[in-house]
Design a protein around this ligand. Structure first.
Ligand SMILES: N[C@@H](CC(=O)c1ccccc1NC=O)C(=O)O
Length: 293
């Protein structure tokens, strides 16, 4: 899978430092602006809509989610579950409500999920938490018209891991109708020996077992009815772009319903920040898919 094995540690660290590829700002500024925008957008969403904040989906302290509700909730609304990015070590649901602004305004329920980021949580715990969050939502909201997943960066990885879940080990099988995977990582092996793994402390076995690109056979059976949209930014690094392309090809080769969207003039950060706007390409794709427009 690619030529990352031939790259020096220095080159790999550059490829897996999204902030170094932005054409808009320098590294520190793009990350600072990212945090500020997501936080501000989340506060706007909380002021606009009825919310249920800090709803538990499990026993552990970190297993909480926020629900953003349309004002006239009818019975069969679509529901989008969002998993935030931040390399499994930054961000939280407190910065994950921004995308509710255009979606909830159009009659979609939005759920933002917290999971225990590193160093508190490891990759196995995070994957099991996001799976449990989906189960919990489906149990509580039996009247919705469909459940859709959305994730950015590390959150797209987690959403992809949900698609590859063997649900026979759970009490119910959630009917996931679609997934929006934005600038994700689908093979974790390239990051096991670089700075990203300093806090995560994944072994190669952890990385391999939690790599969606190695679990497409499971996705083929668990996500057979799912509409999958993989988006990647023009100014994502070549390695990030390769990861999206190869995951797209792998899902396509087993016959899944998957589309790849190359989003021009965006980088790793504004590709998700722009989901606060109704007119943005990916917002429109999400609305079309979940509302069957
Ligand atoms: N060191 C990384 C940091 C990073 O990827 C990041 C940092 C804060 C919030 C989100 C991030 N990335 C993806 O979600 C970078 O160079 O961008």
């Amino acid at each position: 899978m690619g030529n990352w094995k031939e790259m020096s540690k220095e080159e790999l660290e550059k490829q897996y430092s999204p902030s170094r590829w932005s054409h808009r700002m320098d590294e520190d500024a793009v990350i600072a602006a990212h945090f500020a925008l997501l936080k501000e957008g989340t506060e706007i969403a909380r002021s606009m809509f009825q919310t249920l904040l800090n709803v538990p989906y499990g026993e552990m302290e970190g297993e909480k989610l926020d629900i953003y509700l349309p004002s006239n909730p009818s019975k069969d609304l679509p529901l989008v579950i969002y998993f935030h990015g931040g390399y499994w070590q930054f961000l939280s649901k407190e910065e994950s409500g921004f995308l509710a602004v255009p979606l909830v305004s159009s009659g979609v329920v939005v759920v933002a999920v917290d999971y225990d980021i590193a160093p508190k949580g490891d990759i196995n715990l995070m994957v099991s938490q996001v799976r449990q969050s989906v189960i919990s939502i489906v149990q509580q909201y039996s009247h919705i018209s469909g459940v859709y997943l959305c994730g950015h960066s590390a959150g797209a990885h987690l959403a992809a891991m949900v698609l590859s879940t063997d649900w026979s080990q759970y009490k119910i099988i959630p009917n996931i109708k679609g997934a929006f995977l934005i600038s994700g990582i689908y093979d974790l092996l390239p990051i096991t020996n670089i700075y990203v793994n300093d806090l995560l402390k994944m072994t190669e076995k952890d990385a391999s077992m939690n790599s969606p690109i190695r679990l497409v056979t499971q996705a083929k059976s668990s996500a057979a009815m799912c509409e999958i949209l993989i988006s990647v930014a023009q100014h994502d690094s070549p390695e990030f772009r390769r990861q999206s392309l190869e995951y797209f090809q792998a899902l396509k080769s087993v016959g899944l319903n998957v589309t790849l969207e190359d989003v021009s003039n965006k980088d790793h950060f504004d590709i998700i920040e722009n989901l606060k706007d109704a007119g943005f390409l990916i917002t429109q794709s999400i609305l079309k898919t979940v509302k069957k427009l």
